[in-house]
Design a protein around this ligand. Structure first.
Ligand SMILES: [Zn+2]
Length: 246
């Protein structure tokens, strides 16, 4: 049976002498894996499809639950990501998060669009990779039902000033007057950058990121916070994120 998917390669693993197994994040069917036969041979026409971030229309042949790639019409390779280590790792971390969020061919149109936009932003713009990554993580959590709220104090509704606390049990921010024993204080600079990244979450084109000002340390703390939130709320440990947080 022939299947068609709009998809992006999120993982490619060598298999036997000349083959690869690719994990695809597909628009139509969540995560799908398929074999690329003979792709490591010099004359293979599908060599490009064995590279992480290859985005296109994949035609797969399914037989007894196993899939083989028949042909690929590439839309974008996001090629420039390979020449910037920070951007490459940001893309890889996003791919790891996608593979951990989507279980058993779970579909997510929003997450797919957001992932493609994030890769495109990294590929085409002179932009800080960590900032794109942080915003992608916030969006991805939201799409999976774990929206983190930094807008204002979740208890009294006032704007949070000077000191900020976070409730990991329900993903909401609280002010110093309303904070309880279980709430965690987070640096105000971390809070304010998280707020900026999440305020414009509805705009998943990532265009608004160019207007945000920050320093490197502040951004590192934002990613540390998100690393912790992913562990606490979703039980997800993103190995590639350590590149940015250590
Ligand atoms: Zn309050």
């Amino acid at each position: 049976m022939e299947e068609k998917y709009n998809a992006v390669v999120i993982r490619a693993t060598n298999y036997k002498e000349n083959d690869k197994i690719i994990n695809l994040f597909t628009l139509e069917g969540g995560i799908v894996s398929a074999k690329l036969v003979g792709v490591k041979k010099a004359n293979s026409k599908l060599k490009f499809a064995g590279e992480i971030f290859c985005f296109g229309e994949f035609v797969l042949i399914e037989k007894d639950g196993r899939r083989t790639v028949k042909e690929v019409n590439q839309i974008d390779s996001f090629y420039d990501l390979r020449f910037d280590l920070d951007k490459f790792y940001a893309g890889s971390t996003m791919a790891e998060l996608v593979s951990k969020l989507l279980i058993d061919q779970m579909k997510s149109y929003e997450l797919f669009l957001c992932f493609i936009n994030a890769l495109r932003t990294l590929n085409e713009k002179d932009i800080n990779a960590d900032l794109v990554l942080a915003t992608f993580i916030l969006n991805a959590m939201k799409f999976q039902g774990y929206e983190l709220d930094f807008e204002k104090c979740a208890v009294c509704g006032n704007e949070i000033k000077h000191r900020s606390f976070f409730s990991f049990s329900d993903g909401r921010s609280v002010c110093s007057n309303c904070a309880g024993d279980v709430d965690t204080e987070i640096r105000y600079s971390t809070y304010s950058l998280l707020k900026e990244c999440s305020v414009s979450q509805k705009d998943i084109s990532f265009n608004f990121l160019e207007k945000i000002t920050f320093d490197e340390n502040q951004l590192k703390n934002v990613l540390r916070f998100l690393d912790f939130a992913l562990k606490q709320l979703l039980d997800i440990n993103l190995k590639s994120l350590s590149y940015f947080t250590e």
